[in-house]
Each structure stands twice: as structure tokens, then as C-alpha cells.
Write a protein that binds this ligand. Structure first.
Ligand code: HEM
Length: 437
């Protein structure tokens, strides 16, 4: 929980959820509940300034029923725009239109027809027609291999009481969780369940990561910035002990984030479905095929979870978003009247040059992150084909993509934890300090 003086205010004019101060005690259910209060959707679904009733469409939605089921009563403009590349969803909208919204949107981002994002999307739509079909299988192949590796090394760890096997299984678990993230953004598939071996829940991540973080990165409503508070505070504001304690405890946060996710979930157990227990099949298999007692199996499973958590969270928190030159709410924004959503995404991200170029690292370590944010439903294995198109459109809009090394991203993440003064100037996407695309 954050004391009132330490709760960040939005330089974008976004009204935060009432319970923003709760930090790690905030839940995904509470976040959705409080979005319903700020979004002016009047119990329906809001897209820009229109209200729609998708009640009869929820079960037919080709991306699965969960997306519209979760978001009833909220503003889904950003989710709707970024989750569809074809024009079909837009053509369907008029069928469900009810009336105009009475209030202004709480979110300042725009999607003008000739703006950056819609122009880029039009071009990407054409580029996608030429993507080699075989590339679509690459992620599936890596993910399945990681899953097999996790099961194998987890069982070996209890069959031969081997910490080495447990550490290998843990590293694989961290990588598999990264790969599983590729699938939670898209329509339902069995591979999204790979994600649950971390004991995180797909449903929760679809809220905290897909519907919150991805659409509003680093703003006051980004749950991935809210949930680590007060342990890690990324906004540029007055911080408890100047933020120094965050730097010291960050490794512990990385180590325990899988466990923390599990305990946070216990607060909203009522929305937990049987599928939420997928992750428990790992200790069960370890017990059946191992030679250890229940207690020893439990201990070894926890070693695997801790290693996986450290690997996954260290990379996750230091992949792209936390660096003093990356936009965090509180910093001076590029614009308040006409802030294209796609440009906000570029302002709030940096990519890592040592990850880009490797299919495996891109899939498992949140690579090609800017493209992934802009088009989250595309498989990670095809993002590499989109760079030339993105570069062309970025040139037209006189912006670029900043690239750093993974090490610089980690150092930048720690510097951000100590940052108490907002940036007085908007992000410079063509800064010579960085390697540009
Ligand atoms: C919260 C809002 C929404 C989210 C997060 C969402 C998400 C998704 C996802 C993940 C897919 C599958 C994409 C893939 O894996 O290739 C999808 C497909 C689709 N969605 Fe949605 N959706 C939303 C709202 C809507 C609405 C309001 C409509 C129609 C009025 C709609 C119509 C479609 C259609 C037609 C497809 C099939 C693929 C296409 O033609 O683009 N969706 N959606």
C-alpha cells in the first residue's frame, strides 16, 4: 500500500482506479470493477464515443468469449483497435450500436485514420500476405520442446534428488512462461496453458498484462506497474526512502513473483475456474514418477518455481519499459490533444538488439517488443518480417525505435527505480544515444 503522497498522478489526465494506492493488494477483478466507474460505458461496451451491446456476440466471438465477457461495462477502444488486423470486426460494429456515450473518454489516446497507428496497420495488413506460412509453426515447436524439457527435468530432479536438474527445470519454466505469453494474447488454444505452470493464471494475465499493461503501458492504470508497488516503484515521483530500498529488494521480488501471483489470486478465488489448477499437474507428475515423499516433492517443486520466477521476472521487468528515457506517466507527454496510441506505444518501449534476430529469444524473452505491443495477436515468430514496413511508416512520421542491449535495459530498470523527477521533455525517439531501427 502506498501513502497518499506517493501515489502517482497522471500527466496524461487519466483518472486512476480508486484503489490505485493498494499496490500489490490490488486485484485484476478490482481493476475491472473500477474501470467500469471511470469509463462512461453505462453497463455496455464503449468503443471511442459509441456504446455497443455485444451480449449476443460474446459466445460467437472468434477470439473466444473471455475478452468480451471480462470487459462488459468498460471502454474497449484500445483493445478493439489493437487486437484485430482485418477490417471485418469494424464492419460488424454498426449491428451492435446502441447510442453515443455521454462522457469524454478517460483515456487520451487517438486512432485517427491518417495517424501513425492506423497507417501502420494498413501497411502491415498488406505485408502479412507475404509472410512465409512455415514460420507460423516455429513458436509452437519451441514451446512444445520447452514443455517436454520442463516435465523431464522436473521428474529427474525428484527421481535422483538433483538440484542441478531442478535449476535446469526452473530455467526452462521461466522460458516456457515467456513462450506461453505468446498464446494468451490470441484466441484460446491449449498452448496458453503452458503459461499456468508458473502458477500465474491466464485469466489474470489477460487482464493485468493484455488489457491493462499492453494497452496503457506505464500509465497510472498499468497493472504491471501497480502490482509490484510499494516494493518496486517505477513512476518518477517521490519514493519511499528515495527508491533505494527497491534496488536492494528487487532480486527478492524477482525470486518470489510466481508465489506472489498465486497468493494475490487467492483474494479473488471466486472467479477461479478448474482450468486454473493446470499448474498443479507438475508436482503431481513429479510425485507419481519420482521417488520422494510428498514434502520433498513439494520442496523441489518450489525450487523450480523460484528459479523460473527469477529468470522470467528479471527479464520481464527489464525487457523494454523501464528506463529513464522511456515514457512513464508523470513525465511530459508528446501531446495531450492528439496522442496517437501507436506513438504512445513507441514512447513507452525500447527494444533489445541482442534479442531481436533470434526466434527462440524473441519468443521466450519478450523480444520484438514494440511490434508485439502494436500487434499483440500476431505470433512472435512472424514479427521479424514486419520491420521493413514499420521502418517505412516510422520514417513518414519522423519517429524511430530505440534499441539497447539487454544489459543496458537492466541497468536502466534499476535507474528508473531511483528516479524521482519526471522528464521535462517528451521522449526523443530519434536520439543519437541509441541505435535506431
Ligand atoms: C475487448 C475487446 C476485444 C478483444 C480483446 C478481442 C480479441 C480478439 C482476439 C484475441 C482475436 C483472435 C485473433 C487471432 O488470434 O488471430 C479476435 C478475433 C476476432 N474478433 Fe475480437 N476482440 C474484441 C472485441 C471484438 C469485437 C467488439 C468484435 C466485433 C464487433 C470482434 C470481432 C472479431 C472478429 C471478427 C475476429 C476474427 C478475426 C478477424 O477477422 O480479425 N472482436 N478478437
Amino acid at each position: 500500500m502506498l501513502p497518499p503522497d506517493y501515489v502517482p498522478k497522471s500527466s496524461l489526465g487519466i483518472v486512476p482506479p480508486r484503489s490505485r494506492f493498494l499496490g500489490s493488494l490490488m486485484t485484476t477483478d478490482l481493476w475491472l470493477e473500477e474501470r467500469r466507474e471511470t469509463d462512461g460505458a453505462e453497463g455496455l461496451w464503449r468503443i471511442h464515443d459509441g456504446l455497443y451491446n455485444f451480449e449476443s456476440f460474446v459466445q460467437e466471438h472468434p477470439g473466444g468469449s473471455e475478452w468480451l465477457g471480462l470487459t462488459k461495462g468498460t471502454d474497449i477502444s484500445e483493445a478493439f483497435e489493437s487486437h484485430h488486423i482485418s477490417q471485418l470486426p469494424e464492419q460488424l460494429l454498426s449491428k451492435y450500436f446502441v447510442r453515443k456515450a455521454k462522457t469524454k473518454r478517460n483515456i487520451p489516446f487517438t486512432f485517427e485514420e491518417n495517424g501513425f497507428y492506423k497507417t501502420l496497420k494498413k501497411e502491415i495488413r498488406k505485408t502479412l500476405k507475404n509472410v512465409p506460412k512455415d514460420d507460423y509453426n516455429t513458436s509452437d515447436m519451441y514451446s512444445d520442446a520447452l514443455f517436454a524439457g520442463l516435465i523431464l527435468f522436473s521428474i529427474l530432479s525428484v527421481r535422483y534428488w538433483s538440484y542441478t536438474s531442478a535449476v535446469i527445470a526452473g530455467v526452462i519454466l521461466g522460458l516456457l512462461t515467456g513462450a506461453g505469453h505468446n498464446y494468451i494474447h490470441r484466441k484460446d488454444s491449449f498452448r496458453m496453458l503452458y503459461f499456468q505452470f508458473s502458477m500465474f493464471q491466464v485469466r489474470d494475465w489477460r487482464i493485468s498484462h493484455v488489457l491493462s499493461h499492453h494497452l496503457y503501458p506505464n500509465t497510472v492504470i498499468d497493472l504491471e506497474v501497480i502490482l509490484p508497488e510499494p516494493f518496486l516503484q517505477y513512476h518518477p515521483i517521490k519514493k519511499l526512502f528515495g527508491g533505494y530500498y527497491s534496488v536492494i529488494i528487487a532480486p527478492a521480488v524477482f525470486l518470489f513473483s510466481f508465489h506472489a501471483g498465486f497468493f494475490n489470486r487467492l483474494q479473488t478465488y471466486k472467479t477461479l475456474k478448474p482450468i486454473g489448477f493446470t499448474g498443479l499437474s507438475l508436482p503431481l507428475l513429479m510425485y507419481i514418477f519420482g521417488t520422494e515423499t510428498i514434502l520433498n516433492t513439494f520442496i523441489m517443486w518450489n525450487v523450480i518455481l523460484l528459479v523460473g520466477s527469477f529468470q522470467f521476472t528479471l527479464i520481464g521487468f527489464n525487457a523494454a519499459h523501464h528506463h529513464p528515457d522511456v515514457f512513464h506517466d508523470g513525465d511530459t507527454p508528446r501531446s495531450l490533444d492528439e496522442y496517437d496510441w501507436g506513438l504512445n506505444q513507441l514512447d513507452a518501449v525500447m527494444d533489445r538488439k541482442d534479442i531481436t534476430g533470434s526466434d527462440f529469444l524473441v519468443l521466450t524473452c519478450f523480444g520484438d517488443h514494440s511490434l508485439h505491443h502494436l500487434f499483440p495477436t500476431l505470433d512472435h515468430s512472424i514479427l521479424k518480417h514486419l520491420y521493413p514496413t514499420m521502418k517505412e511508416v516510422m520514417n513518414k512520421f519522423d519517429v524511430n525505435l530505440r534499441m539497447v542491449t539487454q544489459w543496458d535495459a537492466i541497468v536502466g530498470g534499476f535507474q528508473q527505480l531511483l528516479k524521482v523527477k519526471p522528464n521535462p521533455l517528451p521522449p526523443n525517439l530519434k536520439s543519437k544515444k541509441y541505435l535506431l531501427l
